[in-house]
Design a protein around this ligand. Structure first.
Ligand code: ZN
Ligand code: ZN
Length: 326
């Protein structure tokens, strides 16, 4: 709990100990001090946030949807991809051979679980606040404003490593990149969900492909399927050809993305910072850390048991910790 009252009102640089500040992400932004207002989750304060719809849903909690036609089309495409991948695998391969006893229960449940974890990760990565920089009331000078850069586009004061996203029309804390496929920025608030999405999408696609391989070369022809299942083999084969194509493409694409993100984690660099280096706009700075440290950092916890849960809320740092981050 921050002791606002004990702070003197003259100029105080914020190199105070902040280790005690570690609350839920939203709470941290909203209540860390009176100088900061969490405009990011509220339509009332929205000035450059008019493109984001915020709703509180029962059970699910707060969701944010970016109103961007290209992003919404890309997201719809990805959801269609998931629906096609899941249902064609489930009804054409998994269910018939599972009921015939050729696929063990554990494998069938694993596929279903991974698929739904992928869907939950997609939903949360695209609807969670990516880390919009909170509005800073400059009239309350309890902080050293010189430690904050001013965004050249929106004029917001922002800590180091925050970037302005032109699609979202906001500055995002430790922005990795804007991902049109999830129609959201990837930043401090949802980077761990993006990683989980890559991981589960890779696993789901790889399992779908493996089941296709078994369907084509291992499992015997399912004569009962002709009467039992909805599609004739002559029709379902075309669904399977397309399934092979998309599962291979997704496995490769997601797998490579996931691996490159692991390198970024170890080097403590974002995708934007990598691009700035490769285009010559920045110099190469490497700040190597262990993979465990990197994942703990983006997941906001060192408890590895919960890293794989996409429903979890991330415990957040105070805005002050970003001000010191260089
Ligand atoms: Zn900005
Ligand atoms: Zn964005």
């Amino acid at each position: 709990m921050m002791k606002d009252s004990s702070w003197s009102h003259h100029h105080v640089a914020v190199n105070v100990s902040l280790s005690a500040i570690n609350t839920d992400y939203t709470n941290a932004l909203r209540s860390s001090t009176a100088q900061f207002h969490d405009h990011s989750d509220s339509c009332e304060h929205a000035t450059h946030e008019s493109r984001v719809i915020v709703r509180d849903l029962p059970l699910v909690g707060r969701v944010r949807i970016l109103v961007d036609s290209h992003g919404l089309k890309a997201l719809t495409f990805i959801i269609t991809y998931w629906i096609y991948g899941f249902f064609s695998t489930y009804f054409i391969i998994l269910l018939p051979h599972w009921s015939d006893g050729r696929i063990p229960d554990v494998a069938a449940y694993a596929y279903i679980m991974v698929s739904f974890l992928c869907l939950i990760s997609l939903f949360r990565a695209s609807t969670v606040n990516p880390g919009a920089v909170p509005l800073i009331d400059e009239s309350s000078l309890d902080i050293d404003l010189s430690q904050l850069n001013k965004c050249q586009t929106c004029g917001m004061r922002k800590p180091a490593r925050a970037h302005h996203c032109r699609r979202c029309q906001q500055c995002v804390l430790r922005m990795d990149h804007h991902c049109p496929w999830i129609n959201n920025c990837v930043g401090e608030g949802n980077h761990y969900l993006f990683m989980l999405l890559l991981l589960y999408a890779f696993l789901m696609s790889a399992l779908s492909f493996t089941l296709c391989v078994f369907q084509f070369w291992v499992f015997p022809k399912c004569s009962a399927c002709i009467e039992t299942w909805y599609l004739k083999p002559t029709t379902s084969i075309w669904f399977l050809y397309l399934l092979v194509l998309i599962s291979v493409a997704m496995s490769i694409f997601m797998g490579l993305q996931f691996i490159s993100q692991q390198f970024n984690l170890i080097m403590d660099r974002t995708t934007l910072e990598n691009m700035a280096v490769s285009s010559g706009r920045d110099i190469l700075r490497t700040n190597f850390r262990s993979w465990f440290q990197g994942v703990s950092d983006i997941c906001g916890t060192r408890n590895a048991l919960v890293w794989l849960l996409p429903c979890r809320r991330k415990p957040a740092k105070s805005i002050y910790e970003y001000i010191h981050a260089v």
